[in-house]
Write a protein that binds this ligand. Structure first.
Ligand code: TXA
Ligand code: MG
Length: 312
């Protein structure tokens, strides 16, 4: 159900949950200081309680009261990428951030989104806690209709059209004197080199503590109901459908879904979740994905999402 920005504000202040567009994916929003609404988010999504949520603010200054200190290069990262698709995990004052949203961790994820509706709403309602607006484990939502598919026609959604990044934010975490990538996302690792002077590496688990750095990475994710097989077109077997590129031909398959061209990873990113969701809308049970694409940049995030989406 489409709602206005004033209705969204009223619902949020009344401890309700609403869906909100961001430039990456739609989020399921609750006010930071409404633990009951935050609890509702976990229930609505079917999300494990040990998977923490990101706090969204409208400017970097708003973060200061919550954090104990800023790691090196915080200011430079914030200036370069906020507003935008970057989440920074920062050490917090435990009495200032509800335990429920940070799964008891001494840190929290912060992001300043660039989508104008998200920004306007945060100014009206205060900081918003938002995971992606999808059932846990399923593909994220990049349009109003995706949110409706997961949460039904009566769920309140602020419709902001299609999300133009189409992939979740990149998550950086500071540990042992360096920033590491806790989640690949809409910003590629190379984009941090001019700011940090090095390419942050992907480090999902801390080897010494054997604990996940980013708990969300533990779970099956981004997956449609359809069973996905990744491989080059040459190895294609007998799936019902092939997901591939406009500039390639797939003579052996009758049902094709096109997600963009090999020249433009941004276009593929924008279409990724729509295409995965379309498989389920069309009741497709098995699909082949042409994963023969370049390496580096955004292709690395796309590869990671597909690998996770195709896991059993
Ligand atoms: O683009 C995005 O980031 C979207 C939009 C709505 O902003 N949000 C999003 O939220 O993707 P979610 O909940 O689907 O993913 C957040 C990830 C999870 O994998 C979670 O484990 C991790 O962030 N995370 C949150 N707080 C953390 C913390 N304190 N330490 C480590 N990882 C954390
Ligand atoms: Mg998510």
């Amino acid at each position: 159900m489409r709602i206005t920005i004033d209705q969204a504000k009223q619902l949020l202040l009344g401890e309700e949950v609403v869906a909100v567009p961001t430039e990456t994916v739609y989020g399921l929003a609750a006010c930071l200081h409404c633990p009951d609404a935050i609890k509702k988010i976990y229930i609505l999504k079917g999300r494990p309680s040990n998977n923490p949520l990101i706090i969204h603010v409208s400017s970097p200054e708003e973060i200061q009261p919550f954090i104990t200190h800023t790691p090196p290069f915080f200011k430079e990262l914030a200036e370069a990428f906020w507003p935008g698709p970057l989440t920074l995990i920062l050490p917090i004052h435990e009495d200032k951030v509800p335990t429920i949203l940070r799964a008891g961790l001494p840190t929290a994820g912060f992001r300043v989104p660039s989508h104008p509706l998200a920004r306007e709403l945060i100014k009206l309602s205060g900081p918003l806690v938002m995971p992606s607006a999808n059932l846990s484990g399923r593909p994220s939502s990049t349009s109003f209709s995706h949110v409706e598919d997961d949460f039904g026609p009566h769920f309140p959604v602020l419709d902001g059209g299609f999300c133009n990044e189409g992939l979740e934010s990149t998550i950086l975490l500071f540990r042992e004197s360096r920033w590491v990538l806790a989640r690949l996302g809409a910003l590629s690792a190379d984009e941090f080199i001019p700011i940090l002077g090095y390419r942050p590496v992907v480090e999902c688990a801390s080897p010494s503590q054997k604990q996940p750095l980013c708990p969300g990475q533990l779970y099956r994710h981004y997956a449609p109901k359809a069973k996905l097989t990744l491989g080059s077109q040459a190895r294609y077997s007998n799936e019902e459908c092939i997901i591939g590129f406009r500039d390639r031909s797939y003579p052996s398959c009758s049902h094709k879904m096109i997600w963009g061209t090999v020249e433009r990873p941004f276009e593929v990113a924008e279409n990724l979740y729509s295409v995965l969701r379309r498989l389920d809308r069309n009741n497709i049970i098995t699909a082949w994905i042409d994963d023969e694409f370049p390496s580096g940049g955004l292709w690395e995030t796309l590869k990671e999402r597909l690998r996770r989406a195709s896991q059993e």
